[in-house]
Ligand binder design. Sequence first.
Ligand SMILES: [Zn+2]
Length: 236
Amino acid sequence: MSAELKALYELQTIDLDLAKAQKARAALDDGSAKKRQVEAARQEVDATNKLLHEATTEMQDKDLNLKSVETKQKVFKDKLYGGRVTNPKELESMEKEIEMLGRQKDKLEERILELLDIVEERKSALAAAEAALKQQEDELAAMMEKRRQDEASLLARMKELSAQREKALPAVEPALLKRYEALRPRAGGVVVSKVEADSCSACHTQIMSGGMRELRSDKEQQTCENCGRMLYLEAK
Ligand SMILES: [Zn+2]
Protein backbone atom coordinates (compact mmCIF):
# COMPACT_ATOMS: atom_id res chain seq x y z
CA MET A 1 0.00 0.00 0.00
CA SER A 2 2.67 2.46 0.94
CA ALA A 3 4.39 2.17 -2.45
CA GLU A 4 1.15 3.18 -4.21
CA LEU A 5 0.59 5.96 -1.72
CA LYS A 6 4.15 7.16 -2.16
CA ALA A 7 3.53 7.79 -5.86
CA LEU A 8 0.31 9.62 -5.07
CA TYR A 9 1.95 11.57 -2.27
CA GLU A 10 4.65 12.73 -4.69
CA LEU A 11 2.02 13.82 -7.21
CA GLN A 12 0.21 15.70 -4.46
CA THR A 13 3.43 17.50 -3.50
CA ILE A 14 3.78 18.70 -7.09
CA ASP A 15 0.12 19.74 -7.21
CA LEU A 16 0.45 21.69 -3.98
CA ASP A 17 3.50 23.50 -5.35
CA LEU A 18 1.61 24.24 -8.56
CA ALA A 19 -1.34 25.64 -6.61
CA LYS A 20 1.06 27.76 -4.57
CA ALA A 21 2.66 29.19 -7.72
CA GLN A 22 -0.76 29.90 -9.26
CA LYS A 23 -1.87 31.64 -6.09
CA ALA A 24 1.34 33.71 -6.00
CA ARG A 25 0.80 34.70 -9.63
CA ALA A 26 -2.78 35.77 -8.94
CA ALA A 27 -1.59 37.79 -5.96
CA LEU A 28 1.00 39.74 -7.96
CA ASP A 29 0.49 43.49 -7.68
CA ASP A 30 -1.01 44.70 -10.96
CA GLY A 31 0.14 48.24 -10.18
CA SER A 32 -3.39 49.69 -10.27
CA ALA A 33 -3.00 51.50 -6.94
CA LYS A 34 0.29 52.99 -8.11
CA LYS A 35 -1.28 53.94 -11.46
CA ARG A 36 -3.95 55.88 -9.58
CA GLN A 37 -1.20 57.69 -7.65
CA VAL A 38 0.55 58.55 -10.92
CA GLU A 39 -2.73 59.85 -12.32
CA ALA A 40 -3.33 62.01 -9.23
CA ALA A 41 0.21 63.40 -9.48
CA ARG A 42 -0.34 64.16 -13.17
CA GLN A 43 -3.57 66.01 -12.37
CA GLU A 44 -1.71 68.00 -9.74
CA VAL A 45 0.87 69.02 -12.36
CA ASP A 46 -1.91 70.05 -14.78
CA ALA A 47 -3.74 72.08 -12.12
CA THR A 48 -0.53 73.83 -11.02
CA ASN A 49 0.41 74.50 -14.62
CA LYS A 50 -2.99 76.05 -15.26
CA LEU A 51 -2.61 78.37 -12.26
CA LEU A 52 0.84 79.41 -13.43
CA HIS A 53 -0.48 80.07 -16.90
CA GLU A 54 -3.31 82.21 -15.48
CA ALA A 55 -0.87 84.34 -13.48
CA THR A 56 1.52 84.74 -16.43
CA THR A 57 -1.31 85.73 -18.76
CA GLU A 58 -2.64 88.25 -16.26
CA MET A 59 0.84 89.70 -15.87
CA GLN A 60 1.22 90.13 -19.64
CA ASP A 61 -2.20 91.83 -19.79
CA LYS A 62 -1.33 94.15 -16.93
CA ASP A 63 2.01 94.98 -18.56
CA LEU A 64 0.25 95.91 -21.80
CA ASN A 65 -2.32 97.98 -19.86
CA LEU A 66 0.49 99.75 -18.06
CA LYS A 67 2.26 100.58 -21.30
CA SER A 68 -0.92 101.95 -22.84
CA VAL A 69 -1.66 104.05 -19.72
CA GLU A 70 1.90 105.38 -19.80
CA THR A 71 1.57 106.24 -23.49
CA LYS A 72 -1.74 108.07 -22.91
CA GLN A 73 -0.24 109.93 -19.97
CA LYS A 74 2.75 110.97 -22.07
CA VAL A 75 0.48 112.30 -24.80
CA PHE A 76 -1.38 114.47 -22.28
CA LYS A 77 1.84 115.62 -20.60
CA ASP A 78 3.43 116.54 -23.93
CA LYS A 79 0.34 118.55 -24.82
CA LEU A 80 0.16 120.13 -21.35
CA TYR A 81 3.80 121.16 -21.24
CA GLY A 82 4.01 121.84 -24.98
CA GLY A 83 2.49 125.26 -24.33
CA ARG A 84 0.08 125.10 -27.21
CA VAL A 85 -3.02 124.60 -25.04
CA THR A 86 -3.98 127.84 -23.34
CA ASN A 87 -7.65 127.38 -22.56
CA PRO A 88 -7.81 127.07 -18.70
CA LYS A 89 -10.75 124.65 -18.82
CA GLU A 90 -8.94 122.44 -21.25
CA LEU A 91 -5.79 122.59 -19.14
CA GLU A 92 -7.75 121.65 -16.04
CA SER A 93 -9.37 118.67 -17.70
CA MET A 94 -5.98 117.56 -19.01
CA GLU A 95 -4.49 117.69 -15.53
CA LYS A 96 -7.40 115.65 -14.21
CA GLU A 97 -6.88 113.13 -16.96
CA ILE A 98 -3.16 112.85 -16.15
CA GLU A 99 -4.02 112.38 -12.46
CA MET A 100 -6.55 109.68 -13.22
CA LEU A 101 -4.10 107.86 -15.45
CA GLY A 102 -1.52 108.15 -12.66
CA ARG A 103 -3.86 106.36 -10.27
CA GLN A 104 -4.47 103.64 -12.85
CA LYS A 105 -0.72 103.30 -13.30
CA ASP A 106 -0.14 102.91 -9.53
CA LYS A 107 -2.79 100.21 -9.29
CA LEU A 108 -1.35 98.35 -12.27
CA GLU A 109 2.20 98.52 -10.90
CA GLU A 110 1.01 97.25 -7.54
CA ARG A 111 -0.75 94.28 -9.13
CA ILE A 112 2.28 93.54 -11.34
CA LEU A 113 4.48 93.35 -8.25
CA GLU A 114 2.00 90.98 -6.60
CA LEU A 115 1.91 88.91 -9.77
CA LEU A 116 5.70 88.63 -9.86
CA ASP A 117 5.56 86.93 -6.46
CA ILE A 118 2.60 84.78 -7.47
CA VAL A 119 4.36 83.62 -10.65
CA GLU A 120 7.47 82.70 -8.67
CA GLU A 121 5.42 80.73 -6.13
CA ARG A 122 3.55 78.89 -8.85
CA LYS A 123 6.76 78.10 -10.70
CA SER A 124 8.14 76.44 -7.53
CA ALA A 125 4.82 74.63 -6.99
CA LEU A 126 4.97 73.34 -10.55
CA ALA A 127 8.56 72.16 -10.16
CA ALA A 128 7.58 70.31 -6.96
CA ALA A 129 4.52 68.74 -8.62
CA GLU A 130 6.62 67.65 -11.59
CA ALA A 131 9.24 66.10 -9.28
CA ALA A 132 6.47 64.25 -7.41
CA LEU A 133 5.05 62.97 -10.69
CA LYS A 134 8.47 61.82 -11.85
CA GLN A 135 8.94 59.91 -8.60
CA GLN A 136 5.55 58.20 -8.91
CA GLU A 137 6.27 57.30 -12.52
CA ASP A 138 9.68 55.88 -11.60
CA GLU A 139 8.11 53.85 -8.79
CA LEU A 140 5.44 52.53 -11.13
CA ALA A 141 8.06 51.58 -13.73
CA ALA A 142 10.11 49.74 -11.08
CA MET A 143 6.99 47.98 -9.82
CA MET A 144 5.93 46.86 -13.27
CA GLU A 145 9.43 45.62 -14.02
CA LYS A 146 9.47 43.63 -10.78
CA ARG A 147 6.04 42.24 -11.58
CA ARG A 148 7.23 41.20 -15.03
CA GLN A 149 10.23 39.39 -13.55
CA ASP A 150 8.19 37.74 -10.77
CA GLU A 151 5.56 36.60 -13.23
CA ALA A 152 8.19 35.21 -15.60
CA SER A 153 9.84 33.21 -12.84
CA LEU A 154 6.46 31.92 -11.59
CA LEU A 155 5.49 30.88 -15.11
CA ALA A 156 8.82 29.08 -15.51
CA ARG A 157 8.25 27.34 -12.18
CA MET A 158 4.72 26.31 -13.23
CA LYS A 159 6.00 24.96 -16.51
CA GLU A 160 8.65 22.96 -14.69
CA LEU A 161 6.06 21.61 -12.21
CA SER A 162 3.66 20.67 -15.02
CA ALA A 163 6.45 18.67 -16.64
CA GLN A 164 7.13 16.97 -13.30
CA ARG A 165 3.43 16.18 -12.97
CA GLU A 166 3.36 14.58 -16.42
CA LYS A 167 6.24 12.38 -15.39
CA ALA A 168 4.78 11.47 -11.97
CA LEU A 169 1.28 10.68 -13.24
CA PRO A 170 1.85 7.22 -14.81
CA ALA A 171 3.21 5.86 -11.52
CA VAL A 172 -0.08 6.52 -9.71
CA GLU A 173 -2.54 3.69 -9.57
CA PRO A 174 -5.66 4.78 -11.60
CA ALA A 175 -8.31 4.07 -8.92
CA LEU A 176 -6.26 5.91 -6.33
CA LEU A 177 -5.79 8.81 -8.72
CA LYS A 178 -9.52 9.01 -9.32
CA ARG A 179 -10.20 9.10 -5.61
CA TYR A 180 -7.53 11.73 -5.14
CA GLU A 181 -8.95 13.99 -7.86
CA ALA A 182 -12.45 13.65 -6.39
CA LEU A 183 -11.34 14.48 -2.86
CA ARG A 184 -8.91 17.26 -3.73
CA PRO A 185 -11.33 20.21 -3.75
CA ARG A 186 -12.77 19.34 -0.34
CA ALA A 187 -9.45 18.48 1.29
CA GLY A 188 -7.77 21.77 0.42
CA GLY A 189 -5.44 19.84 -1.87
CA VAL A 190 -4.22 17.55 0.88
CA VAL A 191 -5.84 14.16 0.30
CA VAL A 192 -2.88 12.07 1.43
CA SER A 193 -1.52 12.94 4.84
CA LYS A 194 1.93 11.84 5.80
CA VAL A 195 2.25 10.21 9.20
CA GLU A 196 4.78 12.06 11.30
CA ALA A 197 5.59 11.14 14.92
CA ASP A 198 2.55 8.82 15.00
CA SER A 199 0.24 11.70 14.04
CA CYS A 200 -1.68 12.82 10.98
CA SER A 201 0.40 15.71 9.69
CA ALA A 202 -2.64 17.40 8.17
CA CYS A 203 -4.78 17.69 11.30
CA HIS A 204 -2.21 16.76 13.96
CA THR A 205 -4.36 14.04 15.46
CA GLN A 206 -2.50 11.28 17.27
CA ILE A 207 -2.95 7.87 15.66
CA MET A 208 -3.87 5.10 18.10
CA SER A 209 -1.36 2.29 18.53
CA GLY A 210 -3.73 -0.10 16.74
CA GLY A 211 -3.84 2.23 13.76
CA MET A 212 -0.09 2.52 13.73
CA ARG A 213 0.21 -1.25 13.78
CA GLU A 214 -2.11 -1.47 10.77
CA LEU A 215 -0.08 1.15 8.96
CA ARG A 216 3.17 -0.66 9.64
CA SER A 217 1.68 -3.95 8.46
CA ASP A 218 1.13 -2.06 5.20
CA LYS A 219 -1.85 -4.10 4.05
CA GLU A 220 -4.97 -2.01 3.98
CA GLN A 221 -5.52 1.62 3.30
CA GLN A 222 -5.82 3.56 6.56
CA THR A 223 -7.57 6.88 6.99
CA CYS A 224 -7.26 9.48 9.71
CA GLU A 225 -10.02 9.07 12.31
CA ASN A 226 -10.32 12.81 12.64
CA CYS A 227 -10.00 14.30 9.13
CA GLY A 228 -10.62 11.20 7.03
CA ARG A 229 -7.53 11.72 4.87
CA MET A 230 -5.56 8.77 3.52
CA LEU A 231 -2.63 8.12 5.79
CA TYR A 232 0.76 7.56 4.29
CA LEU A 233 3.54 6.12 6.40
CA GLU A 234 6.89 6.52 4.75
CA ALA A 235 8.72 3.20 4.50
CA LYS A 236 11.86 3.17 6.61
ZN1 LIG B 1 -6.04 13.88 10.06
